[in-house]
Design a binder for this molecule. Structure first.
Ligand code: UD1
Ligand code: CA
Length: 463
């Protein structure tokens, strides 16, 4: 939008969170709550997006540095002297083309694009000095109250801390989201004084100034008050989190995904799920995870930052992170895929198998009780039950290479670095310390000795 700048208030301390993490970096459905405001701003294609940071600024800056795709102009508020002061510090950062300013809060993540668009068009059509968003809250405690005159026009906003008992009975609250005309806004800020219970420069005082000296106030009341829920304490965070997760579930179901028990399915904001995938109860899909079509994810599974192809089955109680699983593979139950695990097509990883930084080739199987770390395993390989890669010598990690069509007998260990040639056979119970050439049988275990008549009977005779 031409002439539009979006200012995002994110400098406050968030005292009531009781946290060393800045409030706006607390996560809602897997992403910092500030990101919701940043992305909502970006969808408007404004001339500038201006986050105002202050408290714990370095942590917030580090997060903003990860948002390279956004055209950000970061402004620091040296002292957190209130929301009015926070806007004031952006004054010199605004380019000449800016005539309209949208103000969003870093701590109001549920606000929808639809509501923001309605505010912008109301501002456009009525041309007031400032357009504000309001909601009717069942419990308005803590919010600024919207005070209306007899003719029902907004006359001012009174903060909870400054409100009279009568004003506190007002259920209509200020959402803290505004569209303002640039020239009015900075003139009004010059008039604001920190004469209130919190000794702060209240941005909300601009509303009363607009009524007295400007072109008045337009107010949009949102239908669903949840959109305006601010996060000030941990209980607010939990409430917002629950609503956001519900929205995500509705979205994925609308896209053709079956959630057998939506309430116990936790899906982060950035997760993508393909059509006809079925997710069973008590599952967590988090981070930058992508799941293809026709997958089945059974109960008790957690998948983090991983890419699953199509028709992948993840059986119960498996934990998968930073891994890639190609089409038609099967994992679990009780499998642990740690970072860098790659399963090529139709691979199978079964019960109590742990993998890390390992490629399991197409059609290969590790079905039972194994640890595969720093290994490169080819196609059609069978990894017998209890196979262990001894990848760590106490100081360095070493690689195990197992080429195509190898058959590894049960309870074998590979003392890395070691390479097994294609089509080799490893005898069960072997501790392999040397390379095995292609097509050879590698056997490394002590010979069995049977001692006649020294079995259980002997023990019984002694007793
Ligand atoms: C504010 C509004 C209140 C409204 C509520 C909606 C004021 C005075 N009050 O109250 O009317 O109902 O939001 O959620 O505006 N911030 C800064 N610098 C500061 C102070 C705050 O950047 O010096 C930022 C905070 O990080 C936060 C936002 O501004 O993102 C709002 O500040 P907060 O202290 O949470 O205000 P509320 O008390 O919730
Ligand atoms: Ca707040």
């Amino acid at each position: 939008m031409t002439g539009l700048a979006v200012i995002i208030l994110a400098a406050g301390q968030g005292k009531r969170m009781k946290s060393t993490l800045p409030k706006v970096l607390h996560r809602v459905a897997g992403i910092p709550m500030l990101q919701y405001a940043l992305e909502a701003a970006q969808r408007l294609e404004p001339e500038a997006i201006i986050p105002v940071i202050g408290h714990e600024r370095q942590q917030v800056r580090d997060f903003l540095a990860t948002q390279q795709h956004l055209p950000l102009t970061v402004v620091e508020q040296p002292e957190q002297r209130g929301t009015g002061d926070a806007i004031m510090v952006t004054k010199s950062a605004l380019g000449a083309r800016i005539h309209t300013i949208l103000i969003l809060n870093g701590d109001v993540p549920l606000l929808t694009d639809h509501t923001i668009e309605r505010m912008l068009s109301l501002h456009e059509s009525e041309q007031p000095s400032i357009t504000m968003l309001t909601a009717t809250m069942p419990d308005p405690t803590g919010y600024g109250r919207v005070i209306r005159s007899k003719n029902d026009r907004v006359s001012k906003i009174v903060e909870h801390a400054d409100a009279t008992p009568e004003e506190r009975n007002v259920a209509e609250i200020n959402a803290g989201t505004y569209v303002a005309t640039r020239s009015f806004l900075f003139q009004a800020l010059d008039d604001i004084q920190p004469k209130n219970a919190q000794n702060e420069y209240y941005l909300t005082d601009a509303v009363e100034i607009a009524v007295a000296k400007g072109k008045g106030v337009a107010a949009l009341m949102v239908a669903d008050p949840a959109e305006t829920y601010g996060v000030n304490k941990r209980a607010d965070l939990a409430r917002v989190e629950a609503i956001m997760r519900e929205r995500i579930r509705e979205r994925v179901m609308a896209d053709g995904v079956t959630l057998v028990d939506p309430q116990s399915t936790y899906i982060d904001q950035a997760v993508e799920l393909g059509q006809d995938t079925v997710v069973y109860p008590h599952t967590i899909l988090e981070g930058a995870t992508t799941v293809g079509q026709n997958c089945v994810i059974r109960s008790g599974v957690r998948v983090t930052n991983s890419v699953l192809g199509s028709s992948v089955t993840i059986l119960d109680s498996s934990v998968i992170s930073d891994s890639r699983i190609a089409d038609k593979s099967v994992v679990g139950p009780f499998a642990h895929l740690r970072p860098g695990s790659v399963l090529q097509q139709r691979a199978k990883v079964g019960n109590f198998v742990e993998m890390k930084n390992t490629v399991l080739g197409e059609g290969s199987k590790a079905s039972h009780l194994s640890y595969l770390g720093d290994a490169q395993i080819g196609t059609r390989v069978n990894i017998g039950a209890g196979t262990i890669t001894c990848n760590y010598d106490g100081s360095t990690k070493h690689k195990t290479v197992i080429e195509d069509d190898t058959f590894v007998g049960s309870n074998s260990s590979f003392v890395a670095p070691v390479t097994i040639g294609s089509g080799a056979l490893i005898a069960a119970g072997s501790t392999i310390t040397k390379d095995v050439p292609s097509q050879d049988l590698g056997i490394a275990r002590s010979k069995q000795v049977n001692k006649p008549a020294r079995g259980l009977k002997r023990k019984r005779d002694k007793a």
